[in-house]
Design a binder for this molecule. Structure first.
Ligand SMILES: [Zn+2]
Length: 151
């Protein structure tokens, strides 16, 4: 019956192990975004960036203007642009990145809507949305002849 004597220590070790795992999963979910990962909309597993670059689009909203139904509004109104120098003063723009889930292969996009003020980006909203609604926009962006557009 010697082990009963060590019961408090055993319980402490079990509690410590649970706490460590809790902290690890918390840190993982907090740092997921910093490593270029998001959590899948469907299964919550990490999704990783599947395109090496981010796409840039103009949004017909100004300053703090708000909109409902981000998926519908953005997919209908985003216009491809080559760089931040093409954003008119006071107009909003957004970065679009494509992610693929490591578990279920579901593709999704992260859109970060921002207002540029003196070269700084002020985030107005971040949306994780289905890739299907934005596929044609990424294709449109890739088909643009940016060198010609700039001149
Ligand atoms: Zn998934």
């Amino acid at each position: 019956m010697g082990w009963i004597y060590y019961m408090p220590e055993i319980l402490f070790v079990i509690a410590a192990i649970i706490a460590v795992f809790g902290i690890i999963s918390l840190v993982r979910s907090l740092s997921a975004d910093k490593e270029g990962k998001i959590l899948c909309r469907k299964c919550q597993a990490p999704a990783v960036k599947s395109a090496s670059h981010a796409y840039l689009f103009l949004i017909p909203a100004s300053f703090d203007q708000e909109y409902e139904d981000a998926e519908g509004y953005l997919s209908r109104n985003m216009k491809p642009i080559a760089g931040k120098d093409q954003i008119p003063t006071g107009r909003r723009a957004c970065w679009l990145e494509v992610f693929t889930c490591t578990k279920c292969d579901e593709r999704q996009v992260r859109i970060r809507d921002f207002l540029q003020v003196r070269g700084e980006e002020y985030l107005k909203g971040t949306y994780i949305l289905p890739y299907a609604s934005f596929r044609s926009l990424t294709e449109q962006w890739e088909e643009m002849d940016w060198n010609r557009e700039r001149r």
